[in-house]
Design a protein around this ligand. Structure first.
Ligand SMILES: [Cu+2]
Length: 452
């Protein structure tokens, strides 16, 4: 905000306070303070970045085989081959470009939390197999945010592994010098990505990884935890042993911090937490609840001598702080040991073969569960034949949204919600292949003739 605007804002606040004071005095109520509450030293006012930097990242949607718990290998969907995806870190006010390449057979996107325009919201458009898209935004808010895929069903895409952390550091009023750590709390089920209760609740992609590789914090040194909740069902009460944590709720530095023994990190939300320990020894950090028996338990060692961390710490983007996040990312990459799955043919434009028998009807059902790639007849019938001038009705009998989109852009239903219809009148002869832009493996054909 420009200084002149501040004067106006402060003037309005004082004016309002005085006005209320006079009003209350007249009504016989006494004593009202007209002073604005002082800004706490821990609240980070929104500030202009005098020297914004440009950052260009490339994120590639890649399927992979990886280990997610000792001895448990599964197929996952990733950005750049790991779960979580690379942590993006820059300053408030910086100019950020993310090139996205989809090297998988499904539509995916990148949805960033924070403020941006619709073209960069990562929902519309959906990025089809083999396609690329460039996202761009200026980081307006300082704090801890996330990015994740917002293709549909989104819970499936997130549970399959498509999420990452985004640390946006303040440029004024720097945070205290601290040792920094990342905790991404997620849900994962190798057998059913949409299970209500999942087999694993990993921290940073790999179940229980800090049981054998303890989180080490130096006694009396400030530790800062960036904690992110990306579950779909259970929320994450994050608990730290043997100290109180100072929490910036929702990871937003404009919030007044508070102290907690356990802080609930909601799904789709984050928190920044700071703490010190005065008693060396072995403790725990974990999600408080059933998740702690299913992957989200960590050993916390409070050590006396910081020199044993020298070889694994790196400088932080926050001046004076050191980061353990690179060590955490190296560790998860080593444990996950991802094998990227390469696909030769990602073409979504192929028509359904013209050898499929055509059914003479003007009604097509988008069948229940047609979003599931294993359903081969997602539009039923797959291929229809009609006379020119016929209006065809598609009924979405699935519970999720779909589209009916011509491969050559002659018609497009837009979003057809579960339970609703879309109609289109075919005037001209020809064979029209169509697909669902949200689930591009769903394909159908309309043959329009002048006589049967
Ligand atoms: Cu996705």
């Amino acid at each position: 905000m420009k200084p002149s605007i501040w004067y106006i804002v402060i003037g309005v606040i004082i004016g309002f306070g005085v006005g209320v004071g006079i009003f209350l005095n007249m009504s016989g109520v006494t004593e009202i303070t007209t002073q604005a509450a002082p800004l706490s030293n821990d609240v980070y006012p929104k500030a202009e970045n005098p020297n914004p930097q440009k950052h260009v990242y490339t994120l590639i949607a890649q399927d992979a085989e990886m280990e997610v718990s000792p001895g448990v290998k599964t197929t996952v969907w990733t950005y750049n081959g790991t779960i979580p995806a690379p942590t993006l870190r820059f300053n408030e006010g910086d100019d950020v470009t993310v090139k996205f390449i989809n090297e998988t057979p499904y539509a995916h996107t990148i949805h960033f939390h924070g403020t941006h325009d619709s073209a960069n919201d990562g929902v519309f458009p959906q990025i089809l197999p083999g396609d690329e898209y460039t996202y761009h935004f200026v980081a307006e808010e300082a704090g801890f945010f996330m990015y994740h895929c917002h293709a549909f069903p989104t819970t499936e895409h997130v549970r399959m592994g498509m999420y990452g952390a985004m640390i946006i550091d303040p440029v004024h009023h720097l945070m205290e010098e601290a040792r920094e750590y990342l905790f991404v709390l997620s849900e994962l089920d190798p057998n059913d990505a949409l299970a209500t209760i999942t087999e694993f609740y990993p921290i940073n992609g790999y179940a229980n990884q800090y049981m054998d590789n303890p989180i080490k914090v130096v006694k009396d040194e400030l530790a800062r935890f960036y904690v992110m909740g990306i579950g779909g069902v259970l929320q994450s009460p994050f608990h730290v042993h043997s100290t109180m944590i100072k929490v910036w709720p929702s990871g937003i530095l404009w919030n007044e911090p508070y102290y907690a023994q356990t802080h609930l990190v909601a799904n789709g939300d984050t928190a920044i937490m700071e703490a010190k320990w005065k008693n060396p020894g072995r403790y725990l950090i974990h999600v408080h609840g059933i998740q702690e028996e299913r992957g989200s338990m960590s050993v916390l060692d409070i050590i006396e001598n910081p020199s044993e961390l020298k070889t694994i710490e790196t400088p932080s983007n926050m001046p004076g702080s050191v980061s353990m996040i690179e060590w955490q990312e190296d560790l998860l990459r080593q444990l996950e040991n991802p094998q990227i799955i390469e696909y030769d043919d990602l073409g979504s434009e192929d028509l359904i073969g013209s050898d499929i028998p055509k059914v003479q009807t003007d009604k097509v059902s988008i069948v229940e569960n047609s979003w599931n790639p294993e359903i081969t007849e997602s539009y039923a019938p797959l291929a229809i034949e009609i006379l020119a001038g016929t209006t065809v009705t598609w009924t979405n009998d699935d519970s999720v949204v779909h589209t009916v989109t011509d491969t050559e852009n002659k018609f497009d239903s837009g979003f057809v919600q579960g339970g609703s219809d879309w109609k289109f009148k075919f005037e001209n002869e020809g064979e029209y292949g169509y697909f669902c832009t949200l689930h591009p493996w769903m394909k159908g054909t309309v043959l329009v003739t002048n006589f049967y």
